[in-house]
Design a protein around this ligand. Structure first.
Ligand SMILES: [Zn+2]
Ligand SMILES: [Zn+2]
Ligand SMILES: [Zn+2]
Length: 387
């Protein structure tokens, strides 16, 4: 069937947008896509989250994951058939021992970017040095990682048509970001001028480059690469334990058995929270998607992003019926921020995504007082600490 959407230039200042071409029913999948590039966060990886280096699929079993996060080695999960991990399919790069969920991921990674980045577990290799410097500069929570940038350059370098891959990524840069916004984007990621310069100098030694990608190795080019991933990176979170929980939820069980497994699950979640702290329960990374990046924000979204396969493959799903001709929008704000006043929503969007929201909800509330209550101000400060 023809796609139910099209990408088009929007009349407003937003640039491109995605519009429904026919009626899309609530809960239906609008599109599915794999990322152009994706990478696990550096801290996440060094904290023991084993994931496929290509698609972010967890490599632990649900039981191993629960044991590690709950700090309890004798924990046993019933219904092991509900765990999606299949270790017999896992694969490994013979040179550097990086792990993959399958031969397919291993081969795609090698062909696309890993050949240029594979270094035989040499601890003094500049790529490892780069990763360590990144981690020292950027404590968790991370919103992206320097390793994603290395992967982007490698993708260009390994492509048959380097220039066309370079153009794909260059198109991601919204030409509208001013120099000030560029700097703001870097500061949002906790990066300052001298740190960018330090990272750039090691980056230039660690990542192979040719005439084509050379433009990203100057201070200005390197800064624009940061702005690209800062403004367009989509967070990917995968958890083998929550997949197991959801599969168990789909089993038909006698009510007594169901109650006892529900009790076990909430006990394990409590233990995990106690042992790890709430922010670190998932394998996390960041990715760039060619189509998803065209989906604009609305404070009254009609679609949402999901990761139904437990890896970096994304689906855009309708959250209400969408009429032909309507723009399809997601919310860049979390649910709690969406409930705030027009003024606070716009402030968060301006500071983090550099645009003034003119969605229907914002327009209909334009008579509301143009200020943030002191209570909300406090809430927002708390949120900023979490970012
Ligand atoms: Zn994989
Ligand atoms: Zn390798
Ligand atoms: Zn809005």
């Amino acid at each position: 069937m023809d796609p139910c959407y099209m990408v088009q230039d929007m009349k407003s200042l937003k640039g491109k947008g995605v519009v429904a071409t026919r009626l899309i029913k609530e809960e239906s999948v609008i599109f599915e896509e794999t990322p152009l590039v994706c990478c696990q966060f550096s801290w996440n990886s060094s904290c023991g989250y084993k994931a496929c280096d290509h698609c972010l699929r967890p490599l632990e079993t649900a039981e191993e994951n629960a044991r590690r996060l709950a700090g309890s080695n004798d924990l046993v999960l019933p219904y092991p058939e509900c765990c999606p991990t299949n270790k017999s399919e896992h694969a490994i790069c013979p040179s550097c021992n990086i792990q993959y969920c399958s031969d397919k991921c291993k081969n795609v990674a090698w062909q696309q970017y890993h050949k240029s980045l594979c270094h035989t577990s040499d601890s003094v290799h500049p790529l490892n040095e780069l990763n360590e410097i990144w981690k020292q500069i950027h404590y968790p929570p991370e919103s992206t990682t320097i390793m994603l940038l290395a992967r982007i350059v490698a993708l260009v370098e390994q492509a048959d048509d380097k220039q066309s891959v370079l153009n794909t990524f260059s198109e991601f840069c919204h030409g509208t970001l001013s120099q000030d916004e560029n700097v703001a984007a870097q500061q949002l990621m906790g990066l300052y001028r001298n740190q960018i310069e330090l990272l750039r100098s090691v980056f230039a030694r660690a990542v192979p480059n040719s005439d084509v990608s050379q433009q990203w190795f100057t201070l200005e080019g390197f800064s624009s690469l940061w702005a690209l991933v800062g403004a367009n990176g989509q967070g990917v979170g995968t958890s083998v334990f929550s997949q197991w929980v959801s599969n168990v939820g789909n089993l038909t069980l006698p009510s007594e058995e169901k109650n006892s497994v529900d009790e076990l699950i909430s006990k394990i979640y409590d233990q995990m929270e106690e042992h790890t702290g709430i922010t670190f329960l998932n394998t996390e990374g960041s990715a760039l998607y060619a189509l998803q990046r065209c989906v604009n924000h609305s404070c009254e979204p009609n679609a949402k992003i999901t990761f139904p396969y437990g890896n970096s493959t994304l689906q855009l799903v309708a959250t209400k019926d969408i009429l032909p001709g309507d723009e399809i929008c997601i919310s860049y704000l979390d649910e709690c921020a969406l409930e705030r006043s027009r003024h606070s929503r716009q402030k968060i969007l301006r500071e983090n995504y550099f645009f003034n929201c003119s969605c229907n909800k914002c327009i209909s509330q334009s008579d509301a007082p143009d200020e943030t209550s002191s209570e909300e101000e406090e809430d927002m400060d708390d949120d900023e600490d979490d970012m």
